[in-house]
Design a protein. Sequence first.
Length: 196
Amino acid sequence: MPNLYQKASYLTSAFELSQLVEDVGLEIAFAGRSNAGKSTAINRLTNQKNLCKTSKTPGRTQLINFFELDDERRLVDLPGYGFAKVPKKLRQHWNTVLSSYLLERKSLSCLIIVVDIRRGMTDMDWGLIELMDKQLPIHILLTKADKLKNDARKRTIMKIEKELSDEDISVSAFSALSGLGLDEFIDHCNKFLEVE
Ligand SMILES: Nc1nc2c(ncn2[C@@H]2O[C@H](COP(=O)(O)OP(=O)(O)OP(=O)(O)O)[C@@H](O)[C@H]2O)c(=O)[nH]1
Ligand SMILES: [Mg+2]
């Protein structure tokens, strides 16, 4: 039988706050730099190649995309930040909309910040952590872990865990390509979506 995530289906997309789905139940949102691998992580988690649009070039996800798991649970793919080519007006729009969404959404039970393990935490990732001001559990998903050899991967995870040690933020490595860290990540999502 497919697990909860494999049953995911596209629900709707929002450009404005008024277009968000009703704020009931539980959802997990994926934020992070453009091109970090947010959409690809959701596709791997749900075992569906084309549920979220992905791209080699940054700036692919341009809307807040909702995916339904069941009547009470959702995954949310967010537009990335830090892509220089986004027009200033659009960047300001997303700053306002995403801040409100992240700070006011009652059904949001955990924020996943997707980080390219080779790049590590950037100022914008730290800025997002600061914005959240410990209001919500945050998990750092260090993706593209297949790009580093075992030793380098372990060293990087330890270094980032150390950087985050004062923040009470969990960290795990992940690869959408190889499936590394997938089970651990599913456990994490189960916890925040209250899956038995
Ligand atoms: N090797 C490897 N490549 C990955 C992995 N995850 C994502 N990628 C690649 O990274 C690129 C960006 O992936 P996306 O999932 O579109 O990134 P995104 O964070 O959703 O980007 P935006 O929608 O622009 O914010 C694509 O070329 C993916 O194939 C991974 O685990 N391993
Ligand atoms: Mg995307």
